[in-house]
Design a protein around this ligand. Structure first.
Ligand code: PLP
Length: 423
């Protein structure tokens, strides 16, 4: 039996039936290319879900991981510390927009959001306000697949009906309707403002993704909405959690999504591109006020501690990825990708079944009126030499920042031709 046949018998893939769709075997990844077992090379349009921003096998990241491996692949983080983790937490606190005191490291984005929620709940417990259990968020969000995070994902796309009874009941405002480049007006946030006021005393925090809602719909909304939301949270004295797991580290054209609005959160979640796509690592950054309140209240400790917390190999990879963000012209590259997506995806607007085309930073999106037939569309992209993986009604690309103009054109050509000939 070959690998694919063995996979079909024993492996479960993300969001997949036990015996899933066409699966391709990948045997190597380098720069912008994925190599399949049959020798075909694909231009990567996904960055392995936002993560591989510098392309695959970047020598600087590999070197950092290899040299860390020589001294210490992992130790527990309870009672022990090490330079890779300390250096990384220092840098994250310094880099993130706003005033943060410390970073809590974990092993995936979902866990970073779980920790953020726990921090918010413990903050209010430490202040003696025990009734604050609910979160306010907006529809169309995505924050992870664990139970606490699913409860703040979009109620329709986020499988709430399916898991009713197992999910905490939170408060959902309308999705920010004001597009990224549209003029914002107070009416756009009236629904959110009303819910914030109505539920103020039972809210532990507000949580949302800044400017780009990712897996919940690839929706780009006005930075002015976010700015106003920050003011409303301040007035209501409700902490703001920004989930920068998808938007962090340059994807939207700024280093962080919240930079578009010039605001900062009280708690920030980072993940995905943190290690440049090399290993799983995430972080939750917390403001000085929340840190000191938790430290001064009951039980005086943050009640969380993943086994692989602060893994030195992952921290070394993250350090090297941050170095690359300091030394490479990612801002120019992302801006160039954005203008190329805008120009080259625009003709898709005229195709039958296309309802919207939008681009921001290194993200290009074509939205359709019905779900993509993955059994036909996925192999069609592979035949055209690109790796693009649509979901639902969305065909989108978010390539590594190192993509050349020709490689971006390979992606946009493939999208145009698949939507014309196959979909
Ligand atoms: C991917 C994602 C998560 C979850 O991260 P995992 O590493 O998959 O657990 C949370 N929030 C946002 C915004 C994401 O894009």
């Amino acid at each position: 039996m070959n690998t694919i046949e063995r996979d079909r018998r024993r492996v479960w893939h993300p969001y997949s039936a036990p015996q899933a769709d066409p699966i391709f075997e990948v045997v190597a990844a380098e720069g912008m290319r994925l190599t399949l077992a049959d020798g075909r090379e694909l231009v990567d349009g996904m960055s392995s879900w936002w993560a591989a921003i510098h392309g695959y096998r970047h020598p600087a990241i590999e070197k950092a991981v290899a040299s860390q491996l020589e001294t210490m692949p992992h130790t527990m983080f309870g009672g022990l510390t090490h330079e890779p983790a300390v250096a990384l937490c220092e840098r994250l606190v310094e880099w993130a927009p706003g005033d943060f005191e410390r970073a809590f490291l974990s092993d995936s984005g979902s866990v970073a959001v779980e920790v953020a929620i726990k921090v918010a709940l413990q903050y209010w417990m430490a202040r003696g306000e025990k009734g604050r259990h609910r979160l306010l968020t907006v529809k169309g969000g995505y924050h992870g697949d664990t139970f606490a995070t699913m409860a703040v994902c979009d109620p329709v796309n986020g499988m709430h009906d399916f898991f009713t009874g197992s999910l905490a009941q939170h408060v959902f405002a309308e999705r920010p309707s004001c597009r990224f480049d549209e003029p914002f007006e107070e009416v756009h946030i009236a629904n959110f403002a009303g819910l914030l006021e109505a539920h103020r005393t039972e809210l532990a925090a507000v949580i949302l993704e800044p400017v780009v809602q990712g897996a919940g719909g690839m929706w780009f909304y006005s930075p002015s909405y976010l700015k106003r939301l920050r003011e409303l949270c301040d007035q209501a004295e409700v902490p703001l959690i920004l989930d920068e797991i998808a938007t962090g580290f340059g994807r939207t054209g700024e280093m962080f999504g919240s930079d578009h609005a010039g605001i900062s959160a009280d708690i920030v979640c980072l993940g995905k591109a943190l290690t440049g796509g090399t290993m799983s690592l995430a972080a939750t950054l917390v403001s000085p006020e929340i840190c000191s309140t938790i430290g001064g209240g009951e039980p005086g400790a943050l009640m969380h501690g993943p086994t692989f917390m602060g893994n030195p190999l992952a921290c070394a990879a993250a350090g090297a990825s941050l170095d690359l963000l300091e030394t490479t012209p990612w801002r120019e590259r992302v801006a160039a990708i954005e203008s190329q997506f805008r120009a080259e995806l625009e003709p898709c607007r005229k195709l039958p079944g296309v309802t919207d085309v939008r681009s921001l930073g290194a993200i290009g999106v074509v939205e359709l009126d019905r779900p993509v037939d993955m059994a036909r569309v996925q192999p069609a992209f592979v035949e055209r030499g690109v790796w693009i993986r649509p979901f639902g009604r969305l065909v989108y690309a978010m390539p590594p920042f190192i993509a050349s103009a020709q490689e971006i054109t390979a992606l946009t050509d493939a999208i145009g031709s698949v939507l014309t000939e196959v979909h």
